[in-house]
Write a new protein. Structure first.
Length: 135
């Protein structure tokens, strides 16, 4: 599932850079703020973090992209559930979402694509760590 997302999401974010609206940006900004508030209160929700990626798909304004990301996110949430207890991992995710947001805001498609690829290298490292620990 991580390989699938790593293939799909750089394409989605590059498309979203071109097609995003002010409403899309507002939804992403609200998501980041909610994730930060959760983390500050010690309540982390991996589903809220994953929701940011669904918002990127929604910013492409193609229902199929959104439907695929929603389905993939349901599967991925089960894989990532151990990460929500790790404040450092959750903060790293928020940091990436801030960077994605800035790229979307400033219409920096190539940078957004590069960052998404980096994000999935980190995601793979998290998953390898889980597997090594028997999770």
């Amino acid at each position: 599932i991580i390989d699938f997302r790593q293939t799909l999401e750089p394409v989605l974010i590059k498309k979203a850079v071109v097609l995003r609206t002010r409403a899309d940006l507002a939804a992403m900004k609200a998501n980041i703020k909610a994730c930060e508030e959760d983390l500050a209160q010690g309540n982390t929700s991996v589903s809220r973090h994953i929701r940011f990626h669904i918002l990127i798909a929604k910013a492409c304004h193609n229902q199929l992209f959104t439907a695929v990301m929603e389905a993939v996110s349901e599967i991925f949430e089960d894989i990532a559930k151990t990460w929500q207890n790790d404040r450092e991992k959750m903060q790293q995710d928020i940091d990436f979402n801030h960077k994605f947001y800035r790229c979307l805001l400033n219409r920096q498609g190539d940078e957004a694509e590069k960052l998404m690829k980096e994000h999935f290298e980190l995601t793979k490292a998290f998953r390898r760590e889980d597997l090594e620990n028997g999770s």
